[in-house]
Design a protein around this ligand. Structure first.
Ligand SMILES: O=C(O)/C=C/C(=O)CC(=O)CC(=O)O
Ligand SMILES: [Ca+2]
Ligand SMILES: [Mg+2]
Length: 365
């Protein structure tokens, strides 16, 4: 059974040789061209549709389902180039996995492990660099930077972070958690590449800067919220302030991380502490605006078990316990030529398993 049947239909932007990019939906291992549907679907990016709001999203999806049911031409994915599906406006990255926060703290701050005092009071985040968000398949050049006092050179501790990104459609400010489904169009898988040696030296007290700004990869597919099923969120203690309540939908997304051809982890999104609705409410709570194309990522998705973590820092305990790949080689951090593939599935709104796309990157020296 396909993960990309008519129940799913994630949106992407594709082109054939010598043709302009256009909108499509994924069907199996093909893409269906939406341009003949006209209007908001005859575009070179998702932004106009995303800006149009939920009534238009629903109408577009109904039109697409009817179109796909009539057996339109299917263009094999092998014949197209996939592009960034939307123009990325601002990019924010949260830190909402308690397991990740505890693991990273123990590794980077063994003198002061544990959650920061404010962690359960607000969804911690930082603003990233939208101009270096790239589509899956774009090679990732190993970053250089300061690695310590007097040392500048290529990162030796290049890592991944498996995350889920939420894409804003309708602009707004001071949004409540209940506004989430009116403003957020859908989700996409994210790899927040991270240079741990640059990070460890630079990050105090302002947080990640050049350690993560060189590249962030996203899946070419945006899964509309309409394709997903909401589940209950985890209990939150202490009770969040009013502006972070009700928590809003959680999603039981099951991620998978492959290092070259070896699956090394299955991060469970249901284990995230803060919901995307709370992240959006917090992000706009001071009067800051969000606009069409804003991307806010969940933070690294790590579950309680070692085979559920979303970074190699955690998987290998910062290289101290290398992981063995299927070709017999071992790894602590990424080597040149390594390829990382993040995929995901969930039980969708129609009650069947659907795919969440994939985000792939290969490391160049
Ligand atoms: O705990 C730290 O100092 C740093 C943590 C991260 O690097 C994580 C970050 O980018 C946010 C996240 O993905 O959860
Ligand atoms: Ca991150
Ligand atoms: Mg990044």
């Amino acid at each position: 059974m396909t993960l990309y049947g008519i129940e799913n239909l994630p949106y992407g932007v594709f082109s054939r040789p010598n043709e302009a990019p256009r909108l499509g939906v994924r069907l199996g291992s093909s893409v269906v061209d939406l341009s003949t549907l006209g209007g908001l679907l005859n575009q070179h990016s998702l932004n106009p549709l995303m800006a149009a709001g939920r009534a238009q999203w629903t109408a577009a999806r109904e039109a697409i389902v009817a179109f796909v049911a009539a057996a339109p031409e299917r263009i094999p994915l092998s014949e197209v180039t996939l592009h960034l599906p939307f123009e990325v406006a601002d990019y924010t990255d949260f830190y909402s996995s308690e397991h990740h926060a505890l693991n990273v703290s123990a590794i980077l701050r063994p003198d002061a492990p544990g959650l920061p005092e404010h962690w359960r009071h607000l969804p911690i985040g930082y603003h990233g660099r939208s101009s270096t968000v790239v589509v899956s398949g774009t090679p990732i050049r190993r970053p250089s930077g300061q690695l310590g006092p007097g040392v500048f050179g290529p990162s030796r501790r290049l890592d991944i972070e498996a995350e889920v990104g939420f894409v804003v459609g309708v602009p707004g400010r001071r949004l409540g958690t209940a506004d989430f489904e009116e403003h957020v169009f859908g989700l996409t898988l994210v790899n927040d590449w991270s240079a741990r040696d640059i990070q460890a030296w630079e990050y105090r007290p302002l947080g990640p800067f050049l350690a993560k700004s060189f590249a962030t990869s996203v899946s070419p597919w945006v899964v509309p919220l309409a394709a997903l099923t909401a589940v209950d969120h985890l209990p939150q203690d202490p009770p969040p302030l009013d502006y972070l309540q009700p928590a809003g939908p959680a999603y039981d997304l099951r991620l998978s991380v492959e290092w070259n051809d070896t699956r090394v982890s299955r991060p469970p999104f249901a284990s995230m502490y803060w919901t995307a609705a709370q992240q959006l409410a917090h992000l706009t709570s001071n009067g800051a605006s969000v606009r069409t194309g804003d991307l806010f990522a969940s933070g690294t998705v790590s579950g309680p078990r070692r085979d559920q973590v979303g970074s190699f820092l955690e998987l290998t305990l910062s290289g101290a316990e290398p992981v063995k790949l299927s070709d017999g080689s071992t790894r602590g951090f990424l080597e040149d030529g390594d390829k990382v593939t993040i995929t995901g599935t969930t039980i969708g709104a129609a009650g069947v398993e659907i795919g969440l796309g994939e985000v792939i990157g290969t490391i160049l020296p």
